[in-house]
Design a protein around this ligand. Structure first.
Ligand code: HEC
Ligand code: HEC
Length: 407
């Protein structure tokens, strides 16, 4: 029994155990070593540590504090006047006009796409021109999934990357304009962390919203979409659309604002890769701010907007009545058959004219709001007229053709 023969050692061991329960101690020389992170600037700095074990981590605090919604705006168009906190380049020697005059060379989305897929996604047919760069070959989506926060931060900041240089961007087809910029000269570290947080936590993955196939390769490729709004619920989408006030600006059927020639329904059906971003992060430079939206709500909205009856492709016209060819003629029985849904509506107000000879005596100047639609087949043209009437009256006057307003 060694302990009994050497009582001093036993006492030494007990002192160690009592005083330093959690710390290693050695019998041989009684030196105390505490392993941990010894760098006071690290997130997990341990003031008790005496030996650095390589476990220091950095950036968690910055990531924690970052604002991913703000980061999403920066991804779009950080220099847009309203809605972002970016106002000047972080490097005072950088001329802000050199950024804004050639803005598309600095917008993440121009090179990496709204779907983060670069050339492998919606932008595989988006050739460069004098005002926009080549789309990047990088697949940002898979990179973001595999990179640590710190790696992502370093890649975005890219010290020594393409400088802000007016000569470089003067010719939009100049290859160097395609390079990832040195964002250290444009953003503060906090702003870059906002972008990291956006990419890690706020991006809506397009895979949950639609399917697509691409044909051909950049820049001559094409893309087609299917299953838009998969997994969504259109009734919930309708609730979302109303509750968040989308209709206040876009109209109940999405036809009030025409965006690049598109109603909201058409915009979704043509550009499903973009709507999720604009909805969640807002349309910078316009009155439309960000709208907090979950993945499920976005699916619901997408499914709703695919409906061409509720969200038509054409806004109602106020001047022209287009007749649509129909394979089956409508039944003229006072019921509006389904084939009318696709015909463009002409919304107009009629006013009873005064052609002379007291033809419309008593009615001159009366006005009515009317909706007209027209269909035709090989033999006939059909008109559908809808107007509000206070009482049902089946007496009709003959049609009157007004040469004054004919076209
Ligand atoms: C003018 C085009 C352009 C712009 C604008 C641009 N990038 Fe890039 N980016 C590239 C190219 C090209 C690469 C690949 C080569 C490289 O790393 O420079 C790249 C690489 C990256 C990488 C590393 C990916 C990898 O696989 O290593 C990340 C992350 C990234 N970009 C994010 C962003 C973000 C975020 C923005 C906006 C703040 C942005 N990029 C703006 C062109 C661009
Ligand atoms: C305060 C008014 C307002 C509200 C509310 C609003 N929008 Fe917008 N929205 C706009 C304006 C203005 C534009 C820009 C129109 C243009 O580009 O000409 C726009 C543009 C868009 C675009 C196209 C962006 C682009 O790239 O051109 C989409 C998609 C969109 N809105 C969807 C929505 C959805 C979904 C909602 C509800 C969550 C909504 N908007 C709420 C005013 C609004």
């Amino acid at each position: 029994m060694r302990f009994l023969k050497t009582p001093l050692n036993v006492i030494g061991a007990l002192v160690c155990v009592i005083l330093l329960a959690s710390i290693s101690c050695t019998h041989d020389d009684d030196v105390v070593k505490v392993e941990g992170c010894t760098d006071p600037t690290a997130d997990n700095y341990d003031p008790k540590a005496t030996v650095d074990d390589g476990s220091c981590t950095y950036g968690a605090d910055d990531f924690e504090k970052a604002d991913g919604i703000e980061g999403g705006k920066y991804y779009d168009k950080f220099f847009a006047s309203s809605g972002t906190q970016w106002s000047t380049p972080s490097d005072p020697s950088v001329n802000i006009d050199d950024i804004t005059d050639f803005g598309d060379f600095y917008r993440c989305k121009q090179c990496h796409g709204w779907d983060l897929l670069g050339r492998a996604g919606a932008y595989n047919g988006r050739a460069p021109n004098t005002t926009r760069p080549n789309v990047s070959f990088v697949n940002l989506k898979t990179y973001v999934q595999s990179a640590t926060n710190q790696e992502l931060f370093d890649k975005i900041k890219k010290e020594g990357g393409r400088p802000v240089d007016p000569a470089l961007t003067a010719d939009g087809t100049n290859g160097e304009g395609d390079g990832h910029p040195d964002y250290g000269t444009i953003f503060t570290d906090e702003q870059i962390w906002d972008i990291v947080k956006f990419l890690k936590t706020e991006v809506i993955d397009i895979d949950i919203l639609y399917d697509f196939t691409t044909q051909g390769s950049y820049p001559d490729g094409t893309i087609s979409y299917s299953n838009i709004g998969k997994g969504g619920n259109a009734d919930n989408g309708s609730t979302y659309y109303n509750d968040r006030g989308c209709g206040n600006c876009h109209g109940a059927d999405g036809t009030n604002l025409i965006m690049g020639g598109r109603t909201l329904g058409k915009f979704l059906r043509d550009k499903p890769y973009e709507v999720h971003h604009k909805t969640k992060f807002g349309q910078l430079g316009s009155p439309m701010g960000p709208t907090a939206t979950t993945d499920q709500e976005m699916k619901d909205l997408y499914l709703l907007l695919t409906d061409p009856v509720l969200f038509p492709t054409e806004s109602p016209s106020v001047t022209d009545l287009d007749a649509l060819k129909t394979a089956t003629p409508p039944v003229i029985d006072g019921v509006v058959d389904a084939m009318w849904d696709d015909a463009r509506v002409l919304e107009t107000t009629t006013e009873v004219p005064d052609p002379g000879d007291d033809v419309f005596q008593g009615y001159v100047g009366n006005s009515n709001d009317v909706k007209l639609r027209a269909l035709y087949d090989d033999d006939n043209i059909y008109f559908l007229a809808e107007w509000a009437d206070t009482r049902k009256d089946l007496n009709r006057q003959t049609w009157y053709f007004d040469p004054g307003t004919s076209r």
